[in-house]
Design a protein around this ligand. Structure first.
Ligand SMILES: [Ca+2]
Ligand SMILES: [Ca+2]
Length: 432
């Protein structure tokens, strides 16, 4: 009310008329005319409304959206009287579910590619009209075409490959990060196709990794938890880690429980399936003489680097186990079906009255399985009990009883009676 009249654009004529030139929207308001002389004064006021044609501007000239997003385009229109806003599309129609014009805002829910194009906002009043346009571009959503697993537990020493790739119209880039680190660890690289390769897995590789894919519109990510585990046997190492024979650490019962231990892996044995080979302190051919009573000779077997519980777990995770055993006799008998003068003791301290090459529990030696023994009426060559060097030998293969814990011999006390025994290494192979 106290505003000044526009500077330079108004004239008060001699008749008392106020003339405004170059009227602008800001000239609106109440104008007061005051007439006064020495007898007093009178006031008159007039409300002036300025009408002007519409002007429009869109919030954005170019909009990019992914399919299924909701899009809104705002059209700011000025003019007096207030202009009427209408929306149209340069090509095609707006008559569709999910497209709503509310005042100056056009809302498109769940946008599809068909809704891409040029949108026109038109504002009209009695003084004229104005338009503005915006281009909407709709792209396929960014998504993973190959997503890595959420959790992996590779074997120590193995190479881990994790694929990750994404696609969208806006060519995305993928990259890997280890959580809490700005770069990946050593011994890792990312192939051009987005595959993360971690070589010679170690405990330090463990952690959360994330594959991120980004395009101009958005970023998506896939998390992978990487653990590690020690192989349970040489066959597992052969399959997943290495085919080079040598010493390796295995942990047959997995994490926790019994401690891991070092073994020799023969990767060429057993048609290349990889054999876990356990040595012991009684591998050399050993002479027995002077022990007459059944089982009076006793030899405990001590395995190198592992106790019997650890080895029991090795047999459990292996498909097969075997241990070679040989008895060379000179008048010294087994006599299994009767009192048994000699036997072997299982890992669980059971007296085992059959010999290598025969079926477990058969009470025989190998020759007894096909009636080929030196004396056909017996089940072991040594049971002939003459003073001729004879031999019973073969593999023990019952993995629920192996390895051999102890050897017991007798019938070597009388004149001319003697023997030699040989016990091979424990070998386990295959993945149970
Ligand atoms: Ca363990
Ligand atoms: Ca004898």
């Amino acid at each position: 009310m106290d505003a000044r009249l526009p500077v330079g654009r108004h004239v008060v004529e001699s008749s008392g008329a106020l003339m405004l030139k170059d009227v602008k929207p800001g000239d609106e308001g109440v104008y007061n005319c005051r007439v006064e002389n020495f007898l007093g004064s009178v006031n008159a006021s007039l409300n002036v409304t300025v009408q002007f044609g519409p002007h429009v501007s869109l919030s954005s000239k170019r909009l990019m959206a992914e399919e299924t997003q909701n899009v809104s385009i705002a059209c700011n229109a000025t003019g007096r009287p207030s202009p009427l806003i209408t929306w149209s599309k340069l090509v095609g129609s707006l008559a569709k579910d999910g497209i709503k014009a509310q005042g100056g805002t056009l809302k498109i829910n769940n946008v599809t590619r068909k809704e891409g194009g040029i949108y026109i906002c038109k504002a009209e009043n009695i003084l004229g009209s104005a338009t503005d346009t915006a281009q909407l571009m709709v792209f396929s959503p960014l998504r993973f075409t190959v997503r890595p697993p959420q959790e992996v537990t590779p074997f120590i020493g193995s190479t881990l490959r994790l694929s990750c790739s994404a696609e969208s119209d806006l060519s995305p880039t993928t990259y890997w990060r280890k959580e809490g680190k700005s770069s990946l660890s050593l011994n890792s690289n990312v192939l051009l196709n987005g595959t993360l390769v971690l070589q010679t897995i170690k405990k330090t590789h463990e952690g959360s990794y994330v594959c991120k894919a980004s395009n101009a519109l958005t970023t998506i990510e896939a998390k992978v938890k990487i653990n590690s585990q020690i192989a349970t046997s040489c066959s597992v190492i052969k399959k997943y880690v290495s085919s080079v024979s040598g010493n390796y650490v295995i942990d047959p019962d997995g994490e926790g429980g019994l401690a891991p231990f070092s073994v020799f892996c023969d990767m060429t044995n057993k048609s290349g399936v990889g054999a876990t080979v356990i040595s012991h302190d009684s591998e050399s051919r050993t002479h027995v003489k002077g022990y007459e009573r059944p089982g009076s000779y006793s030899r405990d077997i001590h395995y190198t680097g592992a106790n019997l519980s650890q080895l029991a777990n090795l047999t459990r995770v292996s498909l097969q186990c075997e241990q070679f055993i040989k008895y060379e006799c000179h008048g010294s008998i087994f006599w299994f079906p009767h009192q048994a003068d000699s036997w072997w003791v299982s890992r669980d301290s059971e007296k085992m009255t059959y010999w290598g090459g025969a079926s477990p529990g058969s009470g025989k030696c190998a020759c007894g399985m096909n009636n080929s023994c030196a004396d056909p009426s017996t089940v072991c060559n040594c049971d002939k009990n003459d003073l001729v060097w004879r031999e019973d030998s073969g593999l023990l293969t019952d993995k629920s009883k192996l390895p051999v814990k102890q050897l017991r011999f007798g019938d070597t006390g009388h004149g001319g009676e003697e023997s030699y025994y040989t016990l091979g290494k424990l070998k386990c192979f295959g993945i149970a």
